[in-house]
Design a protein around this ligand. Structure first.
Ligand SMILES: Cc1cc2nc3c(=O)[nH]c(=O)nc-3n(C[C@H](O)[C@H](O)[C@H](O)COP(=O)(O)O)c2cc1C
Length: 495
């Protein structure tokens, strides 16, 4: 038998086996009726996203990050400012819903005693100090306006967490631990913010309740500069963190105090507080016990909580030291699609709604405001500063700069770039020391771009941008006093 005949015979046998298996299975009617064509359809469905990503989708249509976004990040990860040739890639007039930054011909001169005059001492860092307003024992002024958002060890692989921490050290920023606690992978020189999720991983007792002594033990292990109570996350407000059993290795189970191989779901709400008042009590308790500034991270929907919080903070000495607002376009390791697509406001609605509650009571200066939700792209980040953010946290763009190819498989444990998986044969692809250089280049380039944009708007620091530096393309102002900076009806969710 010739080789060709043999190959054809094997192929026919394979087709017959597939047909037999599909004819005998009971769960899929299409495969029972069309065993071969149905199989071809399954293969095409599996290949579709890949073919579209590489061959079919145009440069700006993919989500969450378009090819152009990803190219920008890639360029920044080589240490360059993102550059394009031949002019804007966007139809700016048709794109009128997106506020633009107002270029200023001459810089505004700093006035003595105003925040402008403060900027020299801030360098590339925050204009505000976390914990200063409430005189915490260990106040913290982040040395970078761009920092790494919480992504837990569990959602991310050990080498990926290590890469982010090394990069944080090089770029002089902090890394938020995410809600999986602190692991050895977090201890490579970068400053840390310890995130306390509703599962209290890394700071819980055997029964799963919060334990202050466990927390203090963790604080002794690394350069933890602040605590963050995670109330919710933009991609899944009202749902606790979720780590599929597939990703719960023995090491992760040990750090979290959970069972290896079992799905790990945090409760939707904290057991330690139940309203704004009890939240503030807990914040003060944590701050007294540890001396650290204490912040909260949350998505935004109903504004009653924010109004209560701001009213209480304006009235007495209790208060959160920072507020991180995560837009509904934010990323996640795993979330039900209804939550990711339909619950909570996107950043550009969410942030001003919250900021306004504090500004209208004259206490916005006492709180450091952090933004997140596709703010790793310079234009979005610049707008966030203009809305009132003091810092931005970046998650997925840091992953992209490390080598993530947006395969959208974080929840399966099969991430092909080794970043959001725990499979050793995949994680071995990351060399933290090399990857950290790319991530730090990206963080530093983003920071540089933001300072350059601030300069173009006539101020010396992005933290000095205000809503007055924004305009709609038709010249109407982005009114800081209005409820929403952009009417919801005109929001292009794809932007
Ligand atoms: C893989 C992954 C894991 C995440 N894990 C956490 C987490 O543990 N805690 C948290 O508060 N947010 C988590 N997030 C959300 C990010 O911290 C961030 O708020 C969100 O992705 C928005 O930022 P981005 O648009 O720059 O990614 C995670 C996001 C991703 C992509």
């Amino acid at each position: 038998m010739s080789t060709l005949t043999m190959l054809i015979t094997i192929a026919l046998l394979l087709v017959l086996v597939i047909a037999a298996v599909h004819l005998c299975q009971r769960s899929d009617p299409v495969l029972r009726i069309f065993p071969i064509l149905g199989a071809a359809r399954t293969v095409l469905i599996a290949l579709g996203p890949k073919l579209r990503q590489y061959l079919v989708a145009n440069d700006s249509e993919e989500r969450p990050f378009s090819r152009l976004d990803r190219e920008d990040v890639e360029m920044m990860s080589t240490g360059k400012i993102s550059q394009i040739a031949f002019g804007s890639r966007t139809d700016l007039v048709a794109h009128g819903h997106e506020p633009l930054l107002k270029y200023r011909t001459f810089p505004r001169l700093p006035v003595e005693g105003t925040p402008e005059a403060e900027t020299n001492s801030a360098g590339q860092g925050s204009l505000k100090t976390m914990g200063a307003a409430r005189q915490r024992r260990y106040q913290y002024r982040p040395a970078s306006i761009v920092n790494i958002s919480g992504m837990s060890f569990g959602a991310l692989s050990g080498p990926a967490v290590e890469t982010l921490n090394l990069a944080a050290g090089i770029a002089g920023c902090f890394q938020n631990s995410g809600e999986g606690g602190i692991s050895d992978h977090h201890l490579h020189g970068g400053d840390l913010v310890f995130q306390i999720g509703s599962g209290y991983f890394g700071c819980r007792d055997h029964a799963g309740s919060f334990s202050i002594s466990e927390l203090k033990e963790r604080l002794a292990q690394g350069p933890i500069k602040a605590l963050e109570i995670k109330i919710s996350q933009g991609a899944k407000p009202g749902l606790g963190g979720f780590l599929p059993g597939e990703k719960v290795t023995a090491e992760i189970a040990r750090y979290r105090g959970i069972t290896q191989g079992m799905d790990c779901a945090s409760p939707p709400r904290h057991a330690e507080f139940w309203d704004a008042d009890s939240l503030l009590d807990w914040v003060e308790y944590l701050a007294d016990e540890t001396g650290l500034p204490v912040g909260i991270k949350s998505a935004v929907g109903d504004t009653e909580f924010w109004s209560d919080l701001a009213t209480l903070m304006a009235r007495d000495a209790r208060g959160v030291d920072y507020i991180a607002i995560d837009g509904s376009e934010g990323g996640t390791g795993a979330a039900p699609s209804v939550f990711a697509e339909s619950v909570g406001y996107p950043f550009r609605q969410a942030f001003p709604l919250v900021h306004r509650e504090f500004r209208s009571r004259g206490i916005d200066g006492d709180v450091v405001f952090i933004g997140a939700g596709r703010l790793g792209l310079a234009a979005n980040a610049a707008r966030a500063f203009a809305y009132g953010a003091d810092l931005v946290n970046v998650g997925r763009t840091a992953m992209l700069s490390m080598g993530c190819i947006q395969a959208l498989k974080c929840h399966t444990g099969h991430c092909p770039s080794g970043i959001a998986t725990q499979r050793p044969w995949l994680t071995r692809g990351i060399v933290p020391e090399a990857a950290a250089l790319k991530v730090s280049n990206y963080l530093i380039s983003l920071r540089k771009e933001l300072f350059a944009v601030a300069e173009a708007c006539g101020v010396s620091h992005p933290g000095l941008l205000t809503p007055a530096d924004l305009t709609h393309v038709d010249g109407t102002p982005v009114d800081p006093r209005s409820t929403l900076p952009v009417p919801l009806t005109s929001v292009d969710m794809s932007a």
